[in-house]
Design a protein around this ligand. Structure first.
Ligand SMILES: [Zn+2]
Length: 414
């Protein structure tokens, strides 16, 4: 049995956050692999907003004093030198209902269950001095889990900049239970631009040259964990697919894109779409995306972003192949989304085991196998062959109304 994908997953499984030397190394490894297969690739650079922290901390002041561990949100600005003493408010979901009778929040740090665009917008309108979000479960601590660096996204920063902090769930639980009144917060950070890049390899079509497909997978990880499942597996799977089509020339052109900076808000695929407007307009007609494959335990997932007819096409394919999968139709929060947003019918293939974990130190090799990675690669090759080789593509460009609405929400345009 071929262990090709699994061997490549093992090689790529190291922490490689976008903008770091390790991400650059991962890109080089992908380019070397393409070259060793006899193909060629280009590194398409782009910049991302990045941030380094010079100083940060949090200390509860009243009704008791206690230092708590926090991790700031990247690109969320700084607080005045020496820090600030702020009132504390737990606003749950950050809905208007959570702020009844409260106008100005310029002397307050607001703690939310999680960060949503709607809640952030309200915090900006009320001039909140800072915000906090709750991470992990109450039984987690730094010995067994992680606070994971995340930058504030553009769509949030469009409303304003509020210094943000992640707090551990056990601290958050105590703070609300014990009616914390005030906190001292410090944050001095510095924004800069970091260098990133997508690796792109193209296999020209033999017959239909005015229509092409993109095959996408992100190769960056977050700042913790080895990113084995998310997404060394997708990167290896599209290499497996690339290797197949290099030997079996497709009827239409295929662009393979190993995207950088997906974890920071699909920045690599967005950069590709922005850098290749003409290709999107004139040529790219289908997208297959791979984000998290190869877990020993299932289920498999087929996520369709397109019309009901594309969903039926996927269902029919799974029946034909005997491929047991959860087939759903929606926007996938991965690199297919910027293509779907341009009307490109998109399908994401993945494994969705609930027993494995991502975005923390537990994203490791153990839940993955060579056998399942090969199986996922083979089903992908079969599915893509059917689409890329069809006389007429199974779906025309364009998205139905429900998906258009979902895309608007997803990209913060509603
Ligand atoms: Zn991912």
């Amino acid at each position: 049995m071929s262990t090709y994908s699994y061997d490549f997953v093992k090689k790529l499984s190291f922490t490689r956050p976008a903008g770091s030397p390790e991400a650059k190394k991962a890109a080089e490894m992908i380019m070397e692999e393409i070259a060793s297969l006899g193909g060629t690739s280009v590194y398409e650079p782009f910049k991302i907003p990045a941030c380094r922290f010079h100083k940060y901390g949090a200390k509860i002041l009243a009704p008791y004093e206690k230092e708590i561990e926090v991790l700031p949100y990247g690109c969320s600005g700084s607080l005045p030198e020496g820090g600030v003493n702020l009132k504390f408010l737990y606003a749950e979901e950050g809905k208007p209902e959570d702020f009844l009778g409260i106008g100005d929040l310029s002397d307050t740090v607001v703690m939310l269950n999680a960060l949503s665009l709607d809640a952030y917008k309200i915090l900006c309108e009320k001039h909140a001095a800072a915000f906090m979000t709750i991470s992990n479960k109450h039984y987690h601590n730094k010995d067994n889990h992680d606070l994971v660096y995340r930058p504030l996204r553009d769509r949030m920063l469009a409303f304003g900049k509020i210094p943000g902090f992640m707090v551990w769930a056990h601290d958050a639980t105590e703070m609300v239970r014990d009616h914390v009144e005030s906190i001292h917060l410090e944050l001095i950070s510095e924004d800069y631009e970091a260098d990133c890049g997508n690796v792109v390899a193209t296999i020209p079509g033999t017959e239909i040259t005015n229509e092409s497909m993109v095959v996408t997978a992100h190769y960056d990880s977050l700042t913790v964990g080895t990113g084995a499942w998310d997404n060394a597996t997708g990167s290896a799977t599209i290499m497996y697919i690339y290797r197949h089509f290099l030997k079996n020339a497709p009827r239409r052109t295929m662009h393979f894109i190993w995207c950088d900076a997906e974890e920071l808000g699909l920045l690599g695929s967005k950069a590709y779409v922005a850098q290749h407007e003409d290709l999107i307009k004139d040529e790219i007609r289908f997208c297959f995306n791979f984000d998290m494959c190869g877990t020993i335990l299932g289920p498999s997932s087929v996520k369709v972003t397109g019309r009901e007819s594309l969903m039926s096409y996927a269902e029919q394919f799974c029946k034909e192949m005997g491929h047991s999968a959860r087939i759903t139709r929606s926007v996938h929060s991965s690199d297919s989304a910027p293509f779907a947003d341009k009307g490109v019918p998109s399908i994401s293939l993945s494994r969705r085991s609930t027993t494995a974990d991502i975005h923390n130190r537990y994203d490791v090799i153990f839940p993955l196998s060579a056998e399942q990675l090969k199986k996922d690669g083979d089903i992908a090759v079969a599915f893509i062959s059917r689409v890329i080789g069809s006389r007429v593509l199974p779906e025309p460009m364009g998205m139905p109304d429900d998906i258009l609405k979902e895309l608007d929400r997803y990209f913060g345009r509603k």
